[in-house]
Ligand binder design. Structure first.
Ligand code: AMP
Length: 416
């Protein structure tokens, strides 16, 4: 059963989307890529004569409710994007009456699922021991089932279009699928496209295959990096993690970001790359600032010889050229994470150079997959999103899929 052929007429359809969009301090959406990504699925249901119940998480709320993470802030935007009024239910567990009253063509958005710890199954609070935490988790399990059952009760059909959370076995992303038979659970269009892009990168690898990983920390990407090492020909590591590698070799990094607990890990990655015959590329020069701001003073230094009082905030011109050369000679490219503090225009040049090289390689026939919130924000900032092969909405989900892991959100629909 696919979304394209399903008859939605007079059906109530609950759709898990990823509306975890970035908001500014006034609650205004700064990048609506994720909302736009779900529109084809949502419109298909409405045009097919169905009624929509939309559910999503936003951020990591610690309480119920937590106004900072309320989806009420995006109701107007979703309504304008869909071109129909959107009703709101301020408690995702109390939508029975509103869901029951929905008519064909009407839309109901549920409040942030993660206001409830039942959504993730991860108990809130501090635990003195692992045993205590385990006990809390076990106690939460039956409540998680009740929570899921309530969500499922609102609808006749379940659609998962939230690729960004497909790697989580949460109530709304996986467990809910158990309450629908094989003919009443579907992937949305976005999910279908994401799965196809991942399969292309996994099963149809044209070499050289280059993975480009950036961002602030090595610690959050260590597993992915280790896994990618077994698949790629070239690995470019950039962004803040550069300086952990430089320090591990005794380099001077001034006040650059560094994870001192990961120095050995950095050396280990280098060793593994060598053993596996993967070429590892790190920034040789850095554009540095004397404060973490766009308007600070700027100077250029070798990445392993940054003076006191200066901080590496972007790759330098030599590195831009070196990375661009590797990228342009690649046939499969995966990009996750910026080259520098791209949010500041004065430190966005390195990420721009990387993006330009990916665009050029793509024009010359390479398959390029860009994923992870910040790299997506990067290609959008530079207006290059339609010049790469595919921009994924998934960060962690994309990378786990690339590792070859079975994603619970995908397995649940396929009935695996
Ligand atoms: P991550 O969430 O780990 O993918 O990191 C993304 C963030 O890394 C972005 O907000 C960038 O501003 C930041 N970043 C990239 N390069 C650096 C750097 N050299 N120093 C500090 N932060 C950086």
């Amino acid at each position: 059963m696919t979304i394209e052929t399903f008859d939605f007429k007079d059906k109530k359809v609950i759709v898990r989307v990823d509306f975890n969009v970035p908001l500014d301090e006034n609650g205004k959406i700064t990048d609506d890529t994720r909302i736009r990504g779900a529109l084809p699925t949502l419109k298909k249901v409405l045009e097919g004569g169905g009624a929509l119940i939309i559910m999503s998480h936003m951020g990591r709320p610690k309480t119920n409710p937590d106004p900072k993470f309320s989806l009420s802030q995006i109701v107007d935007h979703v309504s304008a994007s869909l071109g129909v009024p959107v009703q709101f239910c301020n408690d995702c567990q109390k939508a029975q009456a509103q869901a029951a009253a929905l008519k064909a063509g009407e839309v109901l958005l549920l409040e942030n699922l993660r206001f409830y710890e039942e959504e993730t199954g991860k108990p809130r609070g501090e635990f003195a021991t692992d045993e205590e935490k385990k006990a809390a988790k076990a106690a939460l399990k039956p409540r998680m089932e009740e929570f899921t059952k309530t969500l499922a009760s609102y609808a006749d059909v379940y659609i998962n279009d939230a690729f960004g959370t497909a790697h989580r076995k949460h109530a709304s992303t996986a467990i809910i699928a158990d309450y629908f038979d094989a003919d009443h659970k579907l992937f949305g269009y976005l999910m279908e496209k994401e799965v196809a892009a991942v399969e292309k990168v996994l099963n149809d690898i044209k070499r050289p295959f280059t993975a480009i990983m950036g961002g602030s920390k090595v610690s959050s990407k260590i597993e992915i990096i280790e896994n990618l090492l077994t698949k790629v020909d070239n690995l470019i590591l950039m962004g803040g993690m550069t300086y952990t590698f430089m320090k591990a070799h005794g380099g001077e990094i001034g006040m650059s970001i560094c994870e001192n607990d990961y120095l050995d890990m950095a050396l280990n990655i280098e060793k593994k790359a060598e053993e596996l015959g993967v070429k590892l590329y790190l920034a040789t020069d850095s554009k540095c600032g004397d404060a973490f701001s766009n308007d600070c003073n700027v100077s250029f230094h070798p990445s392993n010889n940054i003076p006191e009082g200066w901080e590496g905030m972007d790759i330098g011109p030599d590195t831009q050229k070196m990375f661009a050369e590797v990228i342009k000679n690649s046939k499969t490219i995966l990009w996750n994470g910026p080259a520098g503090v791209f949010e500041f225009d004065n430190f966005a040049e390195g990420s721009r150079a990387v993006a330009d090289a990916i665009v050029e390689a793509t024009a010359n026939g390479a398959f390029s997959l860009v994923g992870g919130g910040d790299s997506v924000a990067c290609v959008n900032k530079f207006g290059l999103a339609d010049k790469v092969s595919y921009v994924s909405t998934g960060g962690g989900a994309l990378l786990e899929a690339i590792e070859g892991k079975v994603l619970p959100g995908i397995a649940a629909i396929k009935g695996e």
